[in-house]
Each structure stands twice: as C-alpha cells, then as structure tokens.
Design a protein around this ligand. Structure first.
Ligand SMILES: [Zn+2]
Length: 233
C-alpha cells in the first residue's frame, strides 16, 4: 500500500508505442483502481481508526504540467488573437470587418508567438498595409505583443470568401454585394444588377471604378439613384 504511490507513476507516463501503450495503460490503471478500492473498503471495514491514515497520501499524484496544458494555452492565445484581429474593419468599407470580407485567413501560434495571415482583396490594394498595422494595434490592445502579420497572395482572394454576415452588412450599407457567378459579366456591363434602393433591374454601369477601385459605379434608370457594386474577383 505504501510503496504503490512511488511505483505507479512510472509505467503510466512512459511513452510506449501508441496503441499498445494506450491499451496497456488503461488495463494498468483499472487494475490499480480496483485493488485500491477493495483494499480501502476492506481496511475501512476492518479497522475504522485506520481510515484517517488512508486519506492523507493520495495514491496518484496530480498530472504534471506537460504538453497538454501548453497546447491549451496556445489555443487560448490563438482564439484571443483571432477575436482581436477580427474586429479590425476594412478602411474602405468600414461596416465590414476583415473577417466578414474573408481577408483574415489564419491566426496561428508558433513558439508562443502569434502569426496572422491576411490576403488582400486584390493585389496592390493600398489598404492592406493599413490593415496590417490595425491588426498589430488590435492585438496589442488585447495584451498580445510581438505578433507578426504576413500577407498571403496565393490562393488569391475571392468574393466567395465573404461571409453571409458580410454580404448582409454590405447590402445594408447600400453597396450591392458581389453576385455569385455573374460578377465578372456585371463588371463589364453585360449583366444587370438590381437597384439596392428600389429593386428595379433597369440599371446601368456608369464607371468601372466607384468610390474605390474595389467597387464599380452603377445607376438605377428608374429612381436615378447611383450605387456602388462590390466587384467580384
Ligand atoms: Zn432604383
């Protein structure tokens, strides 16, 4: 009884071959628990005064702070970094966050350091360096210093990465969200876009470039209202 606490942690922690190890450890643990519980109940029945001695030493030491807790800490940091980074808005369309747009591709933790991957909506998008700075700032405010922001150009950003929430916000903002499939044709005026104000399909493209180069300028011929169309890529 007294010698078991010292002996038992060694086989349970030894890195045995995966499947055999897991099975062996399970058998070992259950066998130990069985003999322990029967011994404890037996001794309790035999000599009530020895119960106090039984409770003082724990037969199993608490698990040492190993890889598991470190992994959990990294995941907690990754989640916190993602939450902070995803609050950053697109400087050209401030109602949309970079998460809404699908610009925020990945947040990872390597050796305790946060790495954020972003993909610009189009190559040479001038807003990207600003977005990178905004991410670093947001992370610092969340208590995460020394993060690295890298730009990933391949695969290229596509409007399909925009979330449903992003499309809804864009429409509310008065910009027609990219149309599935027909975007490229709409861009060149071969397709029709519904007017975001009156819903009329009598619309025309005025300019390939709207308020920013990401958007095209359209106009409704019924209500005469001009509107932006977020171009597909
Ligand atoms: Zn209209």
């Amino acid at each position: 009884m007294v010698t078991r606490p010292a002996a038992s942690p060694i086989p349970s922690e030894s890195p045995l071959p995966l499947r055999e190890g897991a099975r062996g450890r399970g058998l070992h643990a259950s066998a130990c628990e069985e003999s322990l519980s029967s011994a404890a109940s037996g001794s309790a029945r035999l000599a009530p005064w020895s119960a106090q001695a039984e409770t003082t030493p724990s037969p199993y030491p608490p698990p040492a702070g190993g890889g598991g807790t470190q992994k959990e800490a990294a995941e907690e940091l990754r989640q916190r970094a993602w939450n902070a980074a995803s609050t950053v808005v697109d400087p050209e369309i401030p109602v949309l966050t970079i998460a809404d747009l699908g610009i925020l591709r990945d947040v990872a933790v390597h050796d305790g350091r946060v790495e954020v991957a972003i993909t610009p909506t189009y190559s040479g998008c001038p807003a990207m360096s600003m977005i990178g700075l905004e991410i670093e700032l947001a992370l610092e405010q969340a208590g995460i210093a020394g993060a690295r922001v890298r730009t990933v150009l391949s695969p290229a950003w596509t409007t399909a990465w925009m979330t449903a929430e992003g499309r809804r916000k864009l429409a509310e903002y008065g910009v027609v969200p990219p149309q599935e499939g027909g975007g490229r044709r709409a861009l060149f005026g071969e397709d029709t876009l519904p007017c975001p104000r009156c819903g009329s399909v009598h619309t025309e493209r005025l300019s390939e470039f709207g308020s920013t180069s990401c958007k095209a300028l359209w106009r409704c011929t019924d209500c005469r209202e001009p509107f932006d169309y977020f171009k597909c890529h």
